[in-house]
Write a protein that binds this ligand. Sequence first.
Ligand SMILES: [Zn+2]
Ligand SMILES: [Zn+2]
Ligand SMILES: [Zn+2]
Ligand SMILES: [Zn+2]
Length: 156
Amino acid sequence: RMLLDKEDSVSLVSLQSREKTRGCAGCNGKIRDRFMLQALDRYWHEDCLKCACCDCRLGRVGSTLYTRANLILCRRDYLRLFGVTGKCAACTKLIPAFEMVMRARDNVYHLDCFACQLCRQRFCVGDRFFLKNNMILCQMDYEGGNLNGEAQRLSQ
Ligand SMILES: [Zn+2]
Ligand SMILES: [Zn+2]
Ligand SMILES: [Zn+2]
Ligand SMILES: [Zn+2]
């Protein structure tokens, strides 16, 4: 599971006529529109609640927004910047979403971790590698161990 700093959903609220006007948390101006957005315990003009990264409007009712380090982000940008791709099958550490990875079957690997787990030989595109008990093996170690596994050809 990813750790989210804060995740909130956006709701549309209507200004009651007897209520005093509220300030917009985005532009600090007064909200005189009949409808405004409520998110993160504050009120916003419909145009002022935007993703800090791609500028898309977050005001679609029910949409989810994320905050981190004082940035308000749409889901896509949040995951791109702060999400994780998964756990490296070799070193078991998390891989940030923006990092290049190697994939083999359902596993993902750091580029640096994608090597024969016995002799540490690196692979080039077109090289054959073998998966055995979820371990990456070069052809020599695979054949030397006389194990049953599946050959894969490196394609990425
Ligand atoms: Zn505003
Ligand atoms: Zn965005
Ligand atoms: Zn790794
Ligand atoms: Zn090897």
